[in-house]
Structures are given as C-alpha cells and as structure tokens.
Design a protein around this ligand. Structure first.
Ligand code: 5GP
Length: 181
C-alpha cells in the first residue's frame, strides 16, 4: 500500500489501513455474524458519531433478517475524581429479550463500552455483544469481552473512516495514523 501523508487540522497523519483492507475485514466480520445470528433477528446498535461508516458498511453485508438503531454516548465532566461521566442516550426501542450487537468504531480504555454495556444490560436483552472495528489492546482498563474485533492496533491516535480529529477527517475512506515528527 502506498503511504500517503495528509494534514487534518494542525496534525500530520500517514496511511495505516486502506479502504480495501477495511472492507475485507468487515466482510469477514459480517460472515461470522450471519452464521452466529441466523434465526435470531439481531438488533444492531451503532454508537454515533464515530461508528456511522462501520455500521453502514457492515449492515450492507448482513444477509439475515436484522434491525439497526443508533445511540450516542454523551460525555460530560463529572464532579467526582473519575472525571468523565458518560451516559447512553437516544435508544427508543425496547431491547428486552432481543439479541443485541453494539457497533463501535474503536475501543481504547474500554470505559465507554463498559458503560454502554452496563446501561443496556439493565434492560434485559437476550444477549449483548460488542463488535468494534478497532481495538487498542495496550490501553484497555476495563475487562470487557469484545466478541468481534476488526483490527488490533497500537496505542497511536488514528483518524478517518468515521473517526475524527477535532471534528475533522471522518469522511476519509482510509484510516490514518498520527505521524511521529
Ligand atoms: P474508550 O472509552 O474505550 O477509552 O474510548 C473510546 C472512544 O474514544 C472512541 O469511541 C473514540 O471516540 C475515542 N478514541 C479512542 N482512541 C481514538 C483514536 O485513536 N482516534 C479517534 N479519532 N478517537 C479515539
């Protein structure tokens, strides 16, 4: 793959995962899900904003009956020492007795997904799994099982394919890694 250097806002990034690699890996994830969830009518829950491209491309490769909805994890400064308090918002559907697959762009410390999973588990789904396109194993702090992982990546900031830097770069087809100077 030809390495391309691009600028997003004030930072330089270098090509890391090509669009072709991303699409092939998503196809493999979809194949596995199609087999595992046959006859279960899964409900996919995409986490906005970052997972919108992943959710769209994965769903186009799901061939079994399914549904999709989207939520947001709002983030605000808490008054306790743990700092960031997150809350899952925007879920209109009942998920009781449903087979749920959360679609996330990237799991870093795992705190966001731990909270999302906790909030959803309270509503008694039949099953609850996470599919994440990217996973940074070196950063994980919460012990959460990730059922479907696209790529394990090093602890470096990435942008593109739905992931942003300061609101920018979500539109890029490839995924780029922050360039060391
Ligand atoms: P966690 O709660 O797992 O630490 O963080 C998950 C969230 O942090 C992701 O949904 C994403 O918004 C953000 N994040 C973590 N690492 C990266 C990264 O390398 N690039 C971008 N653009 N966002 C990241």
């Amino acid at each position: 793959m030809e390495k391309e250097i691009i600028k997003v806002r004030d930072k330089k990034f270098v090509t890391y995962l090509s669009s072709d690699d991303i699409q092939s890996q998503i196809a493999r994830m979809a194949d596995t899900i199609n087999v595992a969830y046959e006859g279960k009518n899964p409900l996919f829950i995409g986490v906005l904003n970052g997972a919108f491209m992943f959710a769209s491309d994965l769903l186009q490769k799901i061939t079994i009956p399914c549904e999709i909805t989207f939520v947001k994890m709002t983030s605000y400064e808490g008054i306790n020492t743990s700092g960031n308090v997150r809350q899952l918002v925007g879920l209109a559907e009942s998920i009781e007795d449903r087979h749920i697959i959360i679609l996330e762009d990237i799991v870093d410390t795992g705190l966001t997904m731990a909270k999302a999973k906790n909030d959803l588990a309270a509503q008694n789904p039949a099953s609850l799994e996470i599919a994440t396109l990217l996973f940074k194993p070196d950063c994980i702090k919460e012990d959460i099982p990730l059922r479907y992982v696209g790529f394990e990546i090093p602890d470096k900031f990435v942008v593109g394919y739905g992931l942003d830097y300061d609101g920018h770069g979500r539109n890029l087809q490839d995924i780029y890694q922050l360039k060391d100077d």
